[in-house]
Structures are given as C-alpha cells and as structure tokens.
Write a protein of this length. Structure first.
Length: 546
C-alpha cells in the first residue's frame, strides 16, 4: 500500500541521491512514504546545476549507488567522470526502475514542520503548485542536501545592472543565449572552474573575478566505451571494497607516509604520478598531506608551480596562485582546461583582493581603481550556505515549541549528524556533523539510508513511539567532530565555507565529521549492534527525554 493524502508514515524532503534512495528503501519496507521536492524535476544538485560544463569530480562508477548489484550491472556510464545530464538520466532510471516516481511530489517546498506531542507526529507544511498543503507523518527525513542553497554576494548596484544575472547552482532550464556576450564569472571553486572554460568558448570576452583561488588539478576525463566499462565492472567488487576502506569513500594510491620525510625525487615522482592520474588523487599521495602543514605546503607550492607553468601572463598566474590556505582545506578542484583558458586573448582575471569591486552599474562592474568592465551577463559561482542552510530554511519546531534555529544558534549540534536533541523522529541524511561534504557524498548517503531505514523498521517492530538522541551522546559527538577538525589542516582555514564563514552571521563551526567513511561506518555499526545506544527509543507512555 502506498500513501493516502494527508497521513503518512514518512515524509522525505528532497529528491536528490538521498531522498530517492530513502524512498526506494521505505517503499521496500512497506512504509507509506512521500518525497516533497522544491524543484520541477528530480535529481537535486544535478537538477539545479545545469550550467555548461557541470560534472562530478569522482569517477562515475564510484559516484553511483551500490545498494543493488542489478542496478550496478545494468547502468553503463559513458565517461570517466559523469556529466550533469548523464547523472540526471541515471537518477531518472533509478526512479523508474524501482517504480517510485508516483511517490515524489515536485514543485513542492516544505516550509515548516512542527512536532505534535499529543499525536507523536510531525505536522509538515508544503507550499506547492496547488497552494498550501499540510501532511502529518510519524517520521520526517530531511534529505535536503548539504549544497542546495546558493549563497549570493551582496554588492551595491546589483539591482541596477541591466544585463543577465545567472547563478551556477540555479541555472535556467532553458539555456540562456550567452554566445558573443561579455560575461563575468565570479567564483573559482568547483562550479567556476567548470563553467569558465565552457563560457570562454562562446563569449566575446570573459572576465573572471577571483576572490579565493582554488588549487586546481587536471581531471583527465575521457570517454569510456561499453566494453571498457564492462571490464571495469568485472573488477567492481574489489574496487568497492577498496573504496569502503578509504576515508573519502574513494580509494587513491598513497606513495608514502610523509611528504616532508620523502626525498625531493620521491616527492616529485609521487606528485607527478597523481597529477598524471588526474582527479583528487593528489591529496592522498602522502598520508600526512591533510594533517601536517609543512607537508601540505610542499604540495601547495608544487601545485602553484604547475599553474605558473601553464598560465602565460605572469599577473594572471599570480592571481590564480595567491592561495593563502592549505591545499585540501577547501575542496580541491579538478579541471579540464581551466588554466589553459587564461591563455586566450579574450579571457582576463581580476584579483578582487588587490582591486575590490566598488559597485555594479547598469552596464557592468566598477572596480575600486575606477576601472569599468562592461558586461552583458554575470555568472555567480559563489558557493552555498552549506550544511545547515537548507535545513534552517525550514521553520522546524520540536518538543516544547523549541525551534531548530534557536537550538542551533551557536552552530549545528547533533548526534552522529543524524538527529538533534529535542526533535524526536526527525532525521537528516548527509546532515551537518556527518561525513557528507568531507567524502564522496553518494557513499555517505549510502551509509545513512540503510541505518535510518533499519532504525525505523526496528522502532516499528518494537512499538516505539519516539526516537531521540541522548543529550550526553550528542554532546560527545559534537566534541568528536570538533576534535577531529582540529587535527586537520582545515582548522587553518576557518575563513572557509567548511566553517560557514562565507555566510554573514553564520556561527563559525566545522560542518562535517572528518573521521572518514570507514570510521563512521564502524560507529553506525556499533550503535546498531548495541540496540541503538545513544538514542532513547520510547514506547507510548514512556518519556524519551533523556
Ligand atoms: C555543483 C556541485 C558539484 C558537486 N560535485 C560533487 C562531486 O563531484 N562529488 C560529490 O561527492 N559530491 C558533489 N557534490 C555534492 C552533491 O550535492 C552530492 O554529491 C549529492 O548530489 C547530494 O545529494 P542529496 O540528495 O543529499 O542532496 P541534493 O542533491 O542537494 O538534493 C536535495 C534536494 O532537496 C531539495 N530541497 C531542499 N530544501 C527543500 C525544501 N524545504 N522543500 C523541498 N525540497 C527541498 C532541493 O531542491 C534538492 O533538490 C556537488 C555539489 C554541487 C552543488
């Protein structure tokens, strides 16, 4: 039996990798479940980020579900790294394959959710195409994505600008006509690095506004024939096993324990080998790159030298290599022709740290040195209100009328990144303080979904009314999350979005569990084996308040 109208067992918010998998499992478990999705299509990140050049930065096999070997065998990826349209086709296939499309309501934004103590249910408000709807459910799962709420800069004069303003993370479904236009791209993170080479090919002139340059390594993307993919599948089981034991959820070779302890020749060989292999492999070239600042700086300088070797204009090269943070402390970016693009005569870079923006005008942008850059379009690839942003956009009110915004005023506080004290039966997939953005996110999602589905099934089978974390367990988890972050070079870049620093007023707190996918799997396995230690599972008449 599937859902009726207003009464459900489970409401899931979001139809990306997380929400789709959760719905598939919930249906398999016989729950009346429904997904509400703000977008007009499924796919989450891969629905919204349809900008030219959008592509995943993990190999396609590694960035796909592994919960069903049949699904794994029947889908053949066509490139080393999947492009946005191909990922969307894959997710469409998944939704149809498991017959769950009728459980997904599109154009439906969850605006509020209130815990009703008397009924032991969540009362969920949904703004949809047909107006406002209220549904209730015993269980509420937020699969809203860590990077689904674009963060836009607030510059004077943007309202005056007469040209087109585009946001990478909210790209129009109808491709805007940018051919022959004078375009500025603001942002050189993953999205900027992908969109810049694509737009350079069609723009009359492209100006890149650089605030925080990334460390950029070549992707080395290529087509994969069906025969090659079958070969890869033949070794799939071993590859999955290696990935399961890798902190990122994707295995990359290591050439030694310490970059600084290696000889110059060994270091050069290791870095070059990882550079030639392409992708994020270079961060794993030595085991201490993300924990030892000196080793890290050896790699950082090696990467800057590579960039200087490609970009011919010394001033542009200096702008693109002016990173002041350790490599890996912000997401390393993989590219196709990013640095090469700056060798075109019609592409320029502006160092906004040296020459800030004074204001936008009707015709373009004016810099602090009075220079005016005439523009027809601006593309913002300026990142996200990560982790907490999409969750706090919903007005969530838990036990005793306490809001989540109030509960998290000092930063996210969770148990395992899954639940919050005072918010019974509310779960997050890939939420703050879970591996999420510190890993291959699909692998992180595939840890949460079975754990949550099993927990809900266990609760239903044992007549449990509410599930909620113990405050002491949650406090301990928060301390672990912060403690691990302190060990990493990330703690030297507290001005990054990993700490929420890109959003004015956001508390400075590390947003993810950085202990790695294998360690986190062990934590979840221990919790499940212990009968959900750290959580209070209360039956009717009992209290779940720890
Ligand atoms: C440009 C870009 C590139 C990325 N590349 C990689 C990569 O290479 N490797 C990697 O591991 N990860 C990558 N990520 C992270 C990516 O988000 C995850 O890999 C994964 O797609 C997340 O799936 P999800 O289902 O958790 O969230 P999402 O895909 O973000 O889906 C969440 C959905 O929830 C919906 N939603 C949010 N709030 C509400 C609401 N209140 N009501 C209704 N619907 C709501 C959103 O509209 C969205 O569709 C990338 C992210 C971005 C933005």
């Amino acid at each position: 039996m599937h859902e009726g109208t207003g009464e459900l067992d489970l409401v899931i918010v979001g139809a990306g990798f997380a929400g789709i998998h959760m719905l598939q499992r919930a249906r398999a478990d016989g729950l009346r479940a429904r997904v509400y999705e703000r977008g007009a299509g499924i796919g989450g990140t891969w629905y919204w980020n349809r900008y030219p050049g959008a592509r995943c930065d993990f190999d396609s096999f590694d960035y796909s579900y592994e919960f069903d070997p049949e699904l794994e065998r029947e889908w053949v990826w066509s490139e080393r790294y999947p492009s946005q349209p191909e990922i969307l086709r894959y997710l469409d296939h998944v939704v149809d394959r498991y017959g769950i499309r009728d459980g997904i309501q599109l154009n439906a934004t969850v605006t509020a959710a209130r815990w009703d103590e008397a009924s032991g249910r969540w009362v969920v408000t949904v703004d949809g195409a047909a107006g406002r709807e209220t549904v209730t459910a015993k269980w509420l799962v937020l699969a809203v994505g860590a990077l689904s709420r674009p963060q836009l800069p607030d510059y004077d004069g943007l309202d005056d600008f007469a040209g087109l303003q585009l946001v990478a993370g909210d790209w129009p479904e109808t491709e805007p006509d940018l051919a022959g236009k004078r375009i500025a791209v603001m942002g050189t993170g993953s999205s900027g690095v992908q969109v810049i080479p694509s737009l350079a090919q069609i723009a009359e002139r492209l100006t890149v506004l650089v605030r925080t340059p990334s460390y950029v390594v070549p992707a080395r993307n290529h087509q994969v024939s069906a025969a090659e993919y079958q070969e890869l599948l033949a070794g799939g089981a071993e590859r999955r096993e290696r990935n399961r034991n890798a902190p990122l959820g994707v295995h990359f070779p290591s050439y030694g324990p310490s970059a600084k302890a290696a000889s110059a020749d060994e270091r050069e060989a290791a870095f070059q080998s990882a550079w030639d292999a392409g992708g994020s492999a270079i961060l794993s070239a030595f085991d201490d790159l993300l924990v030892d600042v000196e080793s890290n700086e050896l790699l950082a300088e090696w990467l800057r030298a590579k960039a200087r070797g490609i970009v011919r204009d010394p001033a542009i090269a200096a702008t693109l290599t002016s990173q002041t943070y350790p490599v890996g402390a912000r997401r390393i970016v993989i590219d196709t022709d990013f640095y090469e693009t700056f060798n075109r005569d019609d592409v320029d870079a502006v160092d906004l740290n040296a020459t800030p923006i004074a204001r936008f005008t009707r015709d373009g942008v004016r810099l602090a040195d009075e220079r005016e850059i005439p523009l027809d379009a601006i593309v913002f690839a300026t990142g996200y209100d990560a982790g907490t942003g999409p969750i706090l956009a919903i007005d969530i009110v838990g036990r005793d009328g306490r809001g989540l915004r109030e509960a998290w005023a000092g930063g996210p506080a969770t148990h395992l990144g899954i639940q919050v004290v005072g918010f019974p039966n509310l779960f997050m997939i890939s939420g703050p303080q879970s591996p999420s953005i510190m890993a291959n996110v699909v692998k992180a999602i595939e840890q949460h979904v079975p754990f949550l589905a099993d927990l809900i099934a266990h609760a239903e089978a044992h007549g449990v009314r509410t599930v909620e974390p113990e405050p002491a367990a949650a406090a301990d988890w928060g301390a672990q999350v912060d403690g691990i972050a302190q060990i990493l070079v990330h703690s030297r870049a507290t001005g990054s979005w990993y700490f929420g620093a890109n959003v004015p007023g956001k508390p400075n707190a590390f947003l993810a569990y950085a202990g790695g996918i294998p360690a986190y799997r062990n934590v979840l396995a221990d919790v499940e084996a212990s009968g959900y230690e750290g959580f209070v599972l209360a039956k009717a008449g009992e209290t779940s308040e720890g």
